[in-house]
Design a protein. Sequence first.
Length: 194
Amino acid sequence: MTDRTTYLSHAGVRRRGWTDAMVRELLGAPDVQGRDPRRFSLTPVRLYLLARVEAVERTPEFAGAAAVAGAGSAASVALADRRRAAVLAAIGAAPIEVPRLPGPELERRAVRHRRLLAVRAPAGAAPGPGALVRWQVSYLRHALSRYESLLDGLYGDGARGEARRLLHRRLYEAIAAAYPALARECRRRIALEG
């Protein structure tokens, strides 16, 4: 068994600022390779001698590769920012068409949608006050789910979360404009999503 204090795993090397390409080019093959005794995995564990990693980190080749990796990282951040701005602009400009239904038809569809979702209340329990309004907003929100495709191409929790909140706010505002009786529930949902 190897002494793990003198070796770094591939993940450990990456935590020190190395990219996969830098590991391949500058370190090459691992010093020790085998199975991880702590968990079952088909992927072999790659261990690099700490002294060798530190020696390579002192070379000019490492400094050059790290600078290139940093520039690539900055370029990818700029690209992600441009993509985020484009998606937010598309969400802000997209016309949202809410289906216009007569009141009884909307109620019928909302109840049917609720049943299809298999949301069951306890036997004999009557829906609470405002339940039909909540069901109608849920049905209309589901009817507008095609607009979720505007989020495609965004990665990362922060950018995707911001875009999702903007999209949902726009959808609820469109529902409130089309059905003023549902505006209060739409405002409540906007406030919940923050």
